[in-house]
Design a protein around this ligand. Sequence first.
Ligand SMILES: NC(=O)c1ccc[n+]([C@@H]2O[C@H](COP(=O)([O-])OP(=O)(O)OC[C@H]3O[C@@H](n4cnc5c(N)ncnc54)[C@H](OP(=O)(O)O)[C@@H]3O)[C@@H](O)[C@H]2O)c1
Length: 234
Amino acid sequence: MKPYVICHMCTAIDGRILGGRWPPLPGGKDSAELFESTADSFGIGAWLVGTTTMREFAGRNVRLKKARRRIERTDHVADRRARRFAIGADAKGALRFQDPDVEGDHVVLLVSSRVTDDYLAHLQDAGVSYLFCGARDVDVKVALDKIRRVLGIRRLMLEGGGTFNGAVLHAGLVDEISQVVVPVVDGGRGVTTIFDIPGDPPRKAAAALRLKSYRKLPGGVSWFRYRVARRSAR
Ligand SMILES: NC(=O)c1ccc[n+]([C@@H]2O[C@H](COP(=O)([O-])OP(=O)(O)OC[C@H]3O[C@@H](n4cnc5c(N)ncnc54)[C@H](OP(=O)(O)O)[C@@H]3O)[C@@H](O)[C@H]2O)c1
């Protein structure tokens, strides 16, 4: 069981995704505004990102206090009434959220069994939810199954970065890709792209796509939506 997964990203024409490297876009919109306005148009109240991207929303990197209690390695849902979700992978317990939401979206972290009691106590005290998704790493298949079953999420936006997107695509769990392409060439070798599958390069291209729609946006921006038609053999 899993939600329907739409990977939504804003890229240069060569697929690179670090908007901070781009010049101002025609029409004065910055890449973050373009990303948010196009993402919002889906009307989907749940987004999922990798650790590096989630760190941008996590606040100060405070030191953990010593936990005074032993904490069971079981899933913790802090807000049963939440309807909007900000979900991030954090296998090693590196993020330090002090608030339970990102602009009203309830924070849920996907953790592994290797995280400490101190970290889990910190998340509980901050009102943050967490789901156990693997022994040492976040198993993306387990994660999506829990996102559907435990949180009841039927449609999910996968929103970067390239490493985490790559892992989810490689596992065959992406249903649709929404790519907003800005009229910029980045060209920087090694700069993160929309899909950077971790580990050795797969033997063949990761997926074949079917174009669903295309829209021309102001300022020379192109918006492509694709259905993932077939995943290549690994
Ligand atoms: N242009 C856009 O639309 C857009 C959208 C989103 C983000 N971004 C940008 O993308 C950049 C970050 O991209 P990124 O690729 O470096 O990082 P990322 O995908 O956000 O996070 C990657 C990290 O997630 C952790 N992780 C946990 N479970 C994982 C799993 N199963 N598979 C893979 N990784 C897993 C790993 O960290 P550990 O090994 O430490 O656990 C990994 O290094 C940021 O600069 C952000 O601003 C751009």
